[in-house]
Design a protein around this ligand. Structure first.
Ligand code: ATP
Length: 296
């Protein structure tokens, strides 16, 4: 990611590290790299950390990227999510799915409307405190050149080895880590042991579980895994979503079927919402997408 150095300069090393730690995807890193004018308020509000997941609301959000004033990436977008719910976001390429995540993380502020997390508008919260509430499982998790233990510890710097291993177990990552030549001390990354797609995803899920945020943003991988890893990754995700609020950019049939609600975006607008069965029966945009996109 060419722009990473710039990103760090713009938002400060802490956020760059935080996001890298969370394994932010290139897409999110791109968002991070743009000259974002967002600032923490002088006297930030601090809502208490909720148990059982965050309450989240987008209220009539309108946003265009600074470089494209004529094109709304989100257009009158409203969405209320109750604590512990899982909402799947689907829609064609360019519909605005990643933009929802980018605004939540305050890479940008909307031009209109607001986003409220646990009762506090996010632009009234300290930026770092906001991002501490949010865990990210990216499409293509970054694996660093360090041990398996350190790779997971990025989710919560300073966590004890026992905490790291507990998160690995919860994310079904320990079963493959234990079988690596040196277990948790095995060196990963470019010059170490290369992991499979499903293993990288479980490392990212373990990082998120170690961080233990009330809100989880999941950018589901598009590339198919073999049936066995698919099952394990699904089980790990299910564990990660328990007792937290989850927004997932969904590409898997299993994910949309399990979601409490699916919202369909098209050209920045929420065009349909409901369960998988409801939306298929409706025969609209979702039904068309589902027929093409979801295989499971
Ligand atoms: P995909 O499924 O391809 O990832 P998406 O639904 O996540 O797409 P977004 O990435 O949110 O869509 O993009 C919404 C719109 O905003 C698109 O028209 C896109 O081209 C535009 N866009 C996204 N990022 C930027 C950016 N950094 N600068 C300018 N325009 C952007």
């Amino acid at each position: 990611v060419v722009i990473f150095a710039g990103a760090v300069a713009v938002l400060g090393e802490v956020y760059g590290d935080l996001l890298r730690a969370a394994g932010a995807s290139e897409r999110l890193m791109e968002l991070l790299a743009t000259e974002s004018p967002v600032r923490s308020p002088a006297q930030p509000l601090a809502a208490p950390l909720p148990e059982g997941g965050s309450a989240l609301a987008f209220e009539d959000v309108r946003f265009h990227y600074p470089s494209r004033p004529a094109q709304a990436a989100l257009d009158g977008f409203s969405l209320a999510v109750a604590p512990g719910q899982t909402v799947a976001i689907v829609g064609p390429s360019g519909a605005g799915k990643s933009t929802v995540f980018g605004l939540l993380l305050r890479f940008y502020d909307p031009q209109q409307g607001r986003i409220v997390l646990d009762g506090t508008p996010i632009d009234a919260m300290d930026l770092q405190a906001l991002r501490e509430r949010i865990g990210i499982v990216p499409q293509e998790p970054v694996i660093f050149s360090s041990s398996a233990l350190e790779n997971i510890r990025y989710g919560k710097p300073g966590a004890s080895d026992d905490e790291v291993k507990a998160a690995a177990r919860a994310a079904f990552a320990d079963e493959f880590i234990e079988r690596l030549p040196e277990g948790y001390d095995t060196f990963l990354g470019e010059r170490g042991v290369r992991l499979s797609g499903g293993q990288r995803q479980r490392i990212a899920i373990a990082r998120a579980m170690l961080k233990n945020p009330p809100l989880l943003l999941l950018d589901e991988a598009t590339s198919a895994l073999d049936a066995q890893s698919e099952r394990v990754v699904q089980a790990a995700l299910e564990a990660a979503m328990r007792d937290r609020t989850t927004l997932v950019i969904a590409h898997r049939l299993a994910t949309v079927q399990r979601a409490d609600r699916i919202v369909v975006l098209d050209h920045g607008r929420l065009v349909e919402q409901g369960t998988h069965a409801e939306l298929v029966a409706r025969g609209g945009v979702y039904a068309g997408l589902a027929a093409l996109q979801f295989n499971g």
